[in-house]
Each structure stands twice: as C-alpha cells, then as structure tokens.
Write a protein that binds this ligand. Sequence first.
Ligand code: SF4
Ligand code: SF4
Length: 335
Amino acid sequence: MSDMEMQAPNTGKDISRLDPEKFKHPHITAKGEKRAFVDLETISTLWINTGSLCNIECANCYIESSPTNDAYAYFPLSECERYLSEIKDMGYETKEIAFTGGEPFMNKDIIPMLESALKLGYDVLVLTNAMQPMMRPQMQKGLLALAQEYRTKLTLRVSLDHYTQKLHDVERGPASFDHAIAGMRWLNDHHIQMHVAGRSCWNETEEEARNGYKQLFLKENFSIDAFNPSETVIFPEMDEKIDVPEITTKCWDILSKEASSMMCASSRMLVLQKGKAKAEVLPCTLLVYNDDFVMGESLKSASTCSQGNIVNGTVKLNHPHCAKFCVLGGASCSA
Ligand code: SF4
Ligand code: SF4
C-alpha cells in the first residue's frame, strides 16, 4: 500500500456514475439530510506520500501508481522537514510518521526523510513492496544504518497480497511474489522490523487467510504474528462499483460508531502535486487526486481551512470511500 492495497479511487467517479445525485453537496445528502462530518482530535499519525510513481503496476492499486503516474511528485526532504518542524510547534500528540507511495524507495530522499523523523523520536512506518527499489545497494546501506540506531522505532510494512505466489502474482505481475519474498528475507536476515499487508479478496475467511500467512511465516522463519492485526493487516477489497449509502449525522448512533474512530480524526496525509512548489495536506490516505479535500499548504492552514468538503478544518464525509471503507467497512491504513 503503497501499498495500501485498495482499488483505484478516481475520486469516486465510478460510483457517481451509478448514482449521480449522491456525494454532491458538502453539507447535505441527496435525501436532504445533514451530512456526517469528522473533527480532527489530534494528528497521531502523519502520513507522507513519497510520490505516486511505482516500479510495478498492480491490478487494484488504490492510488493508480505505476512507472508513469507522477501526479504526486517525489516528496522532498525540505518539505518533510518543514512539516516535522510544524507538527512539533502545533503541539499535536504525534506518535508516528508513516511513509507511503507509490513505492517509497523510489524517492531518493527516503532515507534522509526516515532519519529526520526517527531523530525526532517518532515511530516510523514505511509501506513498501520490498522489491528492487528497496534492494538497491544505496537503500540497503541506508536502511542498515537506520536500523542499527533506531531498530525498535522503524517498521517496514510489506505488501504481500496473498500468501501464495499464484494469487499474489495475479495482482502484481509475474515473479513479483519471488521478488517480495527476497526483499523480506533480506529484511529478516538484518533484523529490520517487518509487518505484512494482505488483501481479503480471495473468497476465503479471515481465519483462512491468517492461517495461510502463518504457514508462510513459519516456513520462511519470519517473526511476524499472522494473528496480530497490527503485524498482519488484511485490507478489505475496495469495490468501486458497489453503490453505497451516504452517511448522515444520525448514522453514528444507528451504527454505534464514533466519528473519532475515523482515520481523519487522528491523521493527515501530505502530498506534493506535480508542478507545485509546496506540499499540501489531505485528511487521510484514502482520498487522493481530489482538490475538494485539499486542506492547504501547512497543518496550521489545514486546521482552519474552508473549501470544497472542508469546513473550518472539519472534514465533511462527502465521498463514497468515507461511507464504504470507513464508516461501513472499517478500513484503516494506519498501523
Ligand atoms: S506496489 Fe505500487 S502499484 Fe502496487 S499497490 Fe503498491 S503502490 Fe500501487
Ligand atoms: S475516507 Fe475515511 S478517513 Fe478519509 S475523510 Fe473519509 S471518513 Fe475520513
């Protein structure tokens, strides 16, 4: 994920075609009810999108990454440092800085960016496919140096869509499983903390999936707990074509859900749009390529932003992903 293993969002355009009246007005649903919203409580995880380019092109990449999609440019160290400095000044109780892509190890600044965050004491998570970009000598050297100094603070979450070569390669292309396993063996051999992200789109129960990963981890001697959801994250499939209800302010009680449990209550993601000088803030990792969710060029401006689906820093849940993957499906990309 990045391996956030979810289907291409396209800002909900497929679903909008199914019901063009839904997800239009920031405040009101198609039925005239008050649209649900989420206030930011704190930023416990700050996500950085390192760029949308990827060395491969998966069948269902949520951010449509590929070797040619550079809609999100490589995130530079200078912008990373600007936001790390700002997040301290803003006084958020931030625990984790998480890096996603595209493939983060294609960004030449990735190692210095990881180091900047680690030096400040944050837990650091990197979502990677563990393939060739991570295995380049320069990246290996950088990772080894970081692991030596910050071993318990650095985690790489490797996308392994399925525990079998056959199904993983269906999503990611021939030989991708073997390359990912080679990367995982290297991480394991060097005691670099490693988690796994899989998908639940194979007509099997979660227990079957976790048992499958368990067997693989045992065979490979990987110290990953297949039954610990934070070590082996299994993401729900994001089927864009299924129509979803809009979420109203009444839904929280009806569904017994708290707005504060949504990712956008405790996270923000930074992206650098191609051609722009400054990185911008988005509410979460799920809503990409959508100007109506852009919150400004700093965390401070994001906290008071009013434009599109953002009102005074509050996020209006005016996107099918909000309904399907967060409120109804419980998807979260955070470790
Ligand atoms: S490996 Fe690349 S193309 Fe595949 S899901 Fe991750 S970012 Fe998308
Ligand atoms: S997709 Fe989920 S996390 Fe993102 S803004 Fe919507 S409800 Fe919040």
